[in-house]
Design a protein around this ligand. Sequence first.
Ligand code: SAM
Length: 227
Amino acid sequence: MEPEIFVIATPIGNLGDISFRAVETLKTVDFILCEDTRITSRLLKHYGIKKELVSFNAQSESRKINKVLERLRNDEVCALVSDAGTPTISDPGARLINEAIKKGIKITGIPGPNAAILGLSISGLPTDSFVFEGFLPQKKGRQKKLKELSTEKRTIVLYESTYRIEKIIKELVEYFPERFVVIHRELTKMHEETWRGYPSELMEKLPERKIKGEFVIIIAPINWVEK
Ligand code: SAM
């Protein structure tokens, strides 16, 4: 077999959301690079797959690239997966892929779930042109980025985690008071829900309890009005 990296999208919540080709490919590779071996083990167990898992996360990526490339040079084939969704999208792996391309290693993508695209596709907001910003900076540069984005004309797609969801909704009130917003929580999971409205309305809708989960935030284009 020629050396190859399969970049494989995995579920973002519902374990059924993985392609047939992804499952079949995971069965054939020599080893799987993954962020958290416990999370990927659960997925593999569900599909009856036994494979060597190699931990490959944001902290270890640069340290491990050479070791991975060395194994590929010895004609091994590997898969790259994330804890959830499409690898390299707000997840590690882009540097590995870049280095592998430079070494002439074949890269094959196996498409599947991505929280941003799923959230956008069911938001009801314009999707013909959008900007994906992923996570905003946590501290330094956050206000600057929000200010910059406040003049962005296209639909904006953001990721946010449990830790800062309340903070970001307050920031939406400050930086995007006139723009309609859709927030998806826990897509494809048991407690999936969607909140829609202008930022001040979303503030009012916030439940009393601590909000938990993973979120995709979609901000409508400037001057877009829900009719
Ligand atoms: N690579 C992933 C993808 O393709 O979507 C994204 C990984 S990023 C580290 C994790 C973030 O994606 C979460 O904090 C959340 O903003 C978003 N996300 C992932 N799964 C989600 C879900 N089921 N529902 C809502 N947002 C989700």
